[in-house]
Design a protein around this ligand. Structure first.
Ligand SMILES: [Zn+2]
Length: 298
């Protein structure tokens, strides 16, 4: 059974979340590791909603999903979830998945063939999986007519076993089954470090830190801006504790600086924030009072 999908209008765009997984009961101590602070967490509890914490007030609720963006000119996906049937020996929650992600897409009348572009904020395990699917034992592009846009630096970085470490170990094998097949098929378009406009109104914005060349994506239409933040944050509690990095942030100092930049940008511009890992609608606005930020779901 597929729940009705909530769409947002931004200018001429229609933006819809395509859910892959709901993550229930994560431990904040584990996710935020050495950044976790019990007092700050207790202070956040008052600001949280029922979408963010389980009823016990101790455990997190999160989501993994893609964003479908439909404009009069194109249909695109931002980020590509974890994918089905992938071998993920270091990440049990992503190992041999069998979700109905493509059925959800089809329920909107969107076939894999109708996706024109797939834009990736970064190349971690939970953002690239649906790039490919297994056909007769071979990993082939899931969206056969799409051009896939992603960072050249990230492609080079994750291709090298010298870059594998304790922090990015959950993404082991990802390059081989979800990135290289795109390059081999000639459907990858690599983005330079400076980012920039890739389609009319669609812009990659460098926000490095969570990963080596992480990029956020903004889409402007009719004077309004949708801001796809990628993994600048994994949970709304980081709006209130901007220094908190997760254990998956590869370059912590840069990750905090980029998070702060993103929050300032969204608060000052009024851009609508489309998150990758918040639960609820995963969409909201950021407000700023002096140096303190706050979050409201939309
Ligand atoms: Zn992620």
């Amino acid at each position: 059974m597929i729940e009705s999908l909530l769409s947002y209008r931004v200018g001429d765009l229609r933006i819809t979340r395509i859910s892959e997984m709901s993550l229930q009961g994560g431990s904040p101590q584990e996710l935020f590791n050495q950044n976790f602070d019990a007092e700050q967490f207790a202070a956040y509890r008052d600001k949280s909603t029922e979408h963010d914490l389980q009823a016990d007030g101790e455990h997190l609720i999160q989501s993994i999903h893609s964003w479908l963006v439909q404009s009069p000119e194109y249909t695109l996906l931002i980020d590509a979830g974890s994918g089905n049937e992938k071998e993920r020996p270091n990440a049990p929650i992503f190992h041999h998945l069998n979700t109905d992600f493509l059925t959800r897409l089809a329920s909107l009348g969107v076939s894999p063939e109708s996706i024109d572009y797939v834009l990736l904020t970064h190349l971690h395990v939970d953002h690239v999986g649906w790039n490919t699917q297994r056909v007769d034992g071979k990993w082939l592009p899931t969206f056969p007519n799409a051009t896939y846009l992603f960072s050249a630096i990230e492609a080079r970085y994750y291709a090298s076993s010298a870059s594998h470490n304790e922090v990015n170990r959950t993404s082991l094998g990802v390059y081989e089954d979800s990135i290289f097949p795109l390059i081999e098929a000639g459907v990858a378009k690599l983005i330079g470090k400076e980012g920039g406009e890739v389609l009319n109104g669609v812009r990659f914005i460098p926000t490095p830190g969570h990963s080596i060349d992480h990029m956020s994506i903004s889409i402007e239409s009719g004077g309004d801006v949708a801001f796809f933040a990628g993994d600048l944050m994994h949970h709304p509690l980081q709006v209130y504790n901007t220094e908190w990095n997760t254990r998956y942030c590869e370059f912590p100092a840069q990750a905090s600086a980029s998070r702060r930049w993103g929050l300032e940008y969204a608060a000052d511009s009024g851009a609508l924030w489309f998150s990758t890992h918040f639960a609820g609608t995963s969409v909201g606005r950021v407000y700023r009072e002096d140096e303190q930020f706050s979050w409201q779901y939309r």
